[in-house]
Ligand binder design. Structure first.
Ligand code: PMP
Length: 467
């Protein structure tokens, strides 16, 4: 259908625009299927589109007449505490409100007159804050009583070994088996980067591959890995399966539905770029770990959520601070001198998540943001190409390239000029998996539709430059 838009449709559109850009942004917006040309190099932010003549073409809104007028988006940006628009994969930006509160706490932590950077970890206010943080994490992830929640030092990589060592007593004669789901670069790292393979060499357990999509360069993920467990793991042995639901580097995400509820193996999940992105059922998992720096706060602590009855305290190989039971038994998860600023950042970020509407709202936003960007890629095949198959794509780490490899630098330059940073790929991945030069845009919870719209407007501009 073509022709002028009905007033009701205009009102509906205006409503959507307001939702995306906020009050005062009139019709300056990029909808997934609304091709509006919006970038103006003289202004660092979004130009306004004045009186666009809109027509509807088979549910696709097409803007026929666009005048570019610089809009003072800086008015809104002024509130942002960082100067660049960061699409980094981790450490990743926290919400402005959180950064502001941490800044204040570096001068005075909760009225103590001491800095969060140097306050003793046994100060009563710190112990209260840490206990509150554990409570907040339990609330946002709906952690059942069967599971413990602790904050341990180090990042996700420390857990490649520590997770298994918290579940397997050592020395042992039983040699449990760890099944490995090889769904991406970080999944592989959990095994090969001083991880599970080391444990096998040390005689702690044996490791077997349950499912792998390495053969297709991780452009797909093995969603139904659980169907192969019986075949791949010896029957009757004590077993765990290690999965990486979202792979930050190769951009694939496993579906979490379908995993059998009744099973005779435990599940260890590296949720470093997953925890907080969508609703999960903690009960499904036996040991979850997630470095805080992507979705939960600052670098320095790792969230562990583990089924209590499975936790072992006596593993001689496990460093004390990584021993989950020892952490649970110590007051306020402070087994040793902890990174209080990082814990405080988790406290504030988790409160922010709850205030925003909790996990369901985070998932809704992430889906909306991801859909918007993937559609931009898919709708412009002459300019952009997604790396991961649609069925396996991550909600938060979007990998794509310019269809013409010679134009990669041109798009990178456009982004740099626009103040967009952190869109480079994970080091080595381009060659290892033959993706070539590509971009990785991370859309974690603190990202806004406005920022994603801005990024898409650059893609749109890039696309039209070539015509
Ligand atoms: N697992 C995943 C899924 C990751 O993305 C990362 C880091 N990007 C790690 C583990 C390693 O985390 P860290 O650098 O905190 O050790």
């Amino acid at each position: 259908m073509t022709g002028p838009m009905m007033p009701a449709a205009i009102a509906a559109l205006s409503n959507i625009l307001t939702q995306i850009w906020g009050e005062g942004y009139g019709s300056s917006v990029l909808l997934p299927r609304l091709r509006l040309c919006m970038w103006n190099e003289t202004t660092p932010f979004m130009p306004e589109i004045v009186t666009p003549k809109l027509t509807i073409l088979r549910e696709t809104l097409v803007c026929e007449e666009v005048r570019r007028v610089p809009l003072i988006l800086t008015q809104k940006r002024k509130r942002c505490v960082v100067k660049k628009i960061e699409f980094t994969a981790g450490p990743a930006p926290m919400p402005d409100e959180v950064i502001e509160q941490i800044d204040a706490a570096t001068r005075d932590f909760l009225g103590t007159g001491m800095s969060v950077r140097s306050i003793p970890h046994r100060h009563p206010k710190v112990i209260d804050m840490t206990e509150e943080t554990i409570g907040l994490l339990r609330e946002v992830y709906r952690v059942p009583k069967s599971h413990a929640v602790v904050l341990v030092p180090g990042g996700g990589s420390s857990q490649f070994k520590a997770a298994a060592l918290n579940l397997i007593p050592f020395p042992n004669t039983r040699k449990p088996v760890i099944g490995h789901v090889d769904s991406g670069h970080w999944a592989q790292a959990a095994r090969a980067k001083r991880g599970l393979d080391d444990l096998e060499k040390a005689g702690v357990c044996s490791v077997r591959t349950v499912a792998s999509t390495r053969g297709v360069q991780y452009r797909k993920v093995p969603h139904t890995w659980y169907e192969a467990v019986d075949e791949r793991l010896p029957i009757g042995c004590e077993a765990f399966v290690h999965i990486t639901p979202n792979d930050t580097a190769t951009g694939g995400q496993l579906r979490l539905s379908g995993i059998p509820v009744h099973r005779d193996y435990g599940i260890i999940a590296d949720m470093s770029s997953e925890l907080g992105t969508r609703v999960i059922d903690v009960e499904q998992f036996d040991y979850i770990y997630a470095g805080a720096q992507k979705l939960a706060g600052e670098t320095g602590v790792t969230i562990v959520i583990a089924r209590k009855v499975l936790l072992q305290e006596d593993c001689l190989l496990l460093p004390g601070p990584l021993n989950v039971l020892a952490q649970v038994k110590s007051c306020g998860a402070l087994f040793n001198t902890a990174d209080i600023e990082a814990i405080y950042s988790v406290n504030l970020t988790t409160k922010w998540m709850l205030e925003q509407g909790g996990l369901a709202e985070m998932e809704r936003r992430n889906r909306e943001h991801a859909e918007f960007l993937y559609r931009m890629i898919d709708d412009h095949p002459s300019s952009f190409e997604g790396i991961v198959d649609p069925d396996s794509r991550s909600l938060v780490n979007v990998l794509f390239k310019t269809t013409n490899p010679n134009r990669h630098g041109e798009f990178a330059d456009m982004c740099e000029k626009a103040g967009i940073v952190g869109i480079g790929p994970y080091p080595g991945v381009a060659k290892l998996y033959e993706y070539g030069d590509h971009f990785r845009v991370s859309l974690y919870n603190a990202r806004t539709m406005k920022e994603i719209g801005l990024f898409c407007s650059l893609m749109d501009e890039f696309h039209h430059r070539a015509r």
